[in-house]
Every structure is written in structure tokens, then in C-alpha cells.
Write a protein that binds this ligand. Structure first.
Ligand SMILES: [Zn+2]
Length: 292
């Protein structure tokens, strides 16, 4: 009986959302100014990778829009003994730059302190949407939100990530975002009823004096004191309505522990980086202490 009501509710939600599901806008003008330089990130990553035997970097795809060409890289960290695997990503929304900077700083930190995270292996994708990041735009050049494209894969960027992640499993996946409208820090977890780790992270951020978001509505979900706890049915709803995000996709295909971290762009740059770094540390520390 309960199941019948659930299917009925899902059907109504599906009908209500179909008219606005795509989120596709017009292509963005090629004349848009470049505000950030992909080659500057490339040279920082290459410097870090060349200084540490456990780090390697490879191009997993090429984003191409007319004269604009940019690679999508993964930087991998492989310790001598691997007990856990983590995937970290940033820059799927081009106007949320703290995530990209934190990914680069993470690679630089691993180059300097390769024993910091013991036996955790990393795959780090610093810029999922290089065109958006270069132009400080949320979307890709076609005006598509790459982070709503993991059901249909109309974007070059989402197809690159899908092909890279195909068949891979991770113990933890973190995708870093920012929010220009939020008043405080918040995060998502997916199809994971256990909220202690997210609560620990939110309380740590609060304890450092940063605001916690109380009022973000995300399509069908809402923050509860900084946490959006997306149920499994929510992921299927996003898939059915063609809005699946990168973390939704990862949760369904690549890992049982997936988190999205969001800092408000109202905070100072250094504070946003600090909060993202704290989030990475707390989530990664939990991976070191948990047993399989
Ligand atoms: Zn975002």
C-alpha cells in the first residue's frame, strides 16, 4: 500500500517537472572574455606531479568549442600500499572557482606530504568544465548545465567523466561547489541514512564561526541545518526527469559514500578555501579510521 502511494507521488512529481527539466539555455557567445587561464593550472599541477613519484597526471578528454580547446585532466596519487580509494572533483560549474583551487592545492599538498593520507589512493579531477571556468560561467559553451546532464550525456564534459569513471569503484567521492545565493555552508549526501559524519563536519564549520545554510531548496529537497540528505528515490527521480547530477550519477554507479560541498560565495575567498579544505580533511580522515 505504501509503495502504491510512493509510485503515485513519484508520477505526479515527474509530470510536474517535465516541462522545466532540461535547463538548457542558448549557446553562449564566443566573444565572451577569458578570465582564467587553464595553462596556469596545468603548470601548477605539472610542477607538483614532477616533484613526487606517487603522483601522475593524464588527459582524460578534450573539450572543444571552435577555437577554444582545453584538456580535462585527472591527477592520480598512488601510495605504495593502497587500502582506500577517493575521487575528488571541482569546477563542474565554472563560476564556482574555490573548488578548482582546492583541488590544485590538494595535489600540491600530496606532493609535499605524500604520507599525509597514508594508504588512500586519489583520483583528482580539478576542472570538469574548463570552458565555464575559463569564462566564469556556470554552464558549458552550449549553455548547458553539465551538472544536470548525467542522465542524457549531451555535454562533452559529462561524457568525458562517464567514460573515465566507467567500471571504477571508490570508497569516497567528493565534488566541490559554491553557491552565489546561499547565506551559509551546506552539503549533500546521497542514499546514506547515516548522517553522523555530515553533522560532525557541519558542526566543525559552525564552531569556526561560519554561517550554516538553513534555506536552500534543491528541486525536490531542502537543507536541514546545512545538510541535504537525498534519498535513493530522489536519485531515481533525477534520472527519470533527465536532471541527474555528477554526484547522483557517482552514487548510483561508483561509490556508496558520495558528498557535495557548497560554500557561499559571499564569504571571503580565503575563508571559502579554508572551509573546503576542512571538509576534505574531515571526510578523508573518516576514511582512514573506518574499517571495511
Ligand atoms: Zn555548483
Amino acid at each position: 500500500m505504501k509503495r502504491k502511494w510512493f509510485i503515485l507521488a513519484l508520477g505526479i512529481l515527474l509530470l510536474l517537472s517535465l516541462s522545466c527539466a532540461s535547463g538548457h539555455k542558448e549557446s553562449l557567445p564566443e566573444t565572451l572574455p577569458l578570465v582564467r587561464d587553464v595553462s596556469a593550472v596545468q603548470s601548477r599541477l605539472a610542477t607538483a606531479v614532477s616533484s613526487c613519484d606517487s603522483l601522475s597526471m593524464k588527459t582524460i578528454g578534450q573539450v572543444s568549442y571552435g577555437t577554444y580547446q582545453a584538456p580535462v585532466w585527472v591527477v592520480s596519487f598512488s601510495p605504495a600500499v593502497i587500502k582506500r580509494k577517493a575521487l575528488l572533483s571541482g569546477g563542474i560549474h565554472g563560476n564556482e572557482p574555490a573548488g578548482v583551487e582546492v583541488m590544485v592545492q590538494m595535489v600540491e599538498m600530496l606532493a609535499k606530504n605524500p604520507h599525509e593520507y597514508g594508504s588512500i589512493a586519489f583520483d583528482i579531477i580539478p576542472i570538469v568544465n574548463p570552458w565555464g571556468w575559463s569564462h566564469d560561467v556556470r554552464f558549458n559553451q552550449e549553455g548547458r548545465d553539465v551538472n544536470r546532464d548525467f542522465a542524457t550525456f549531451k555535454c562533452q564534459e559529462s561524457a568525458i567523466i562517464r567514460d573515465f569513471a566507467s567500471g571504477k569503484r571508490y570508497d569516497l567521492i567528493i565534488d566541490d561547489h559554491e553557491d552565489p545565493n546561499a547565506k551559509g555552508f551546506y552539503m549533500y549526501q546521497y542514499a546514506n541514512p547515516d548522517t553522523w559524519l555530515s553533522r560532525k563536519l557541519i558542526n566543525t564549520v559552525r564552531g569556526l564561526g561560519y554561517p550554516i545554510e538553513q534555506d536552500v531548496n534543491m528541486i525536490i529537497l531542502k537543507t536541514d541545518d546545512g545538510l541535504v540528505n537525498a534519498p535513493l528515490w530522489g536519485l531515481w527521480y533525477m534520472k527519470l526527469t533527465g536532471q541527474l547530477s555528477i554526484t547522483n550519477y557517482f552514487r548510483l554507479n561508483n561509490s556508496s559514500k558520495v558528498y557535495t560541498i557548497e560554500t557561499p560565495t559571499k564569504l571571503d575567498w580565503e575563508d571559502r578555501l579554508k572551509v573546503h579544505m576542512i571538509a576534505l580533511e574531515i571526510l578523508l580522515d573518516s576514511l582512514q579510521t573506518t574499517t571495511r
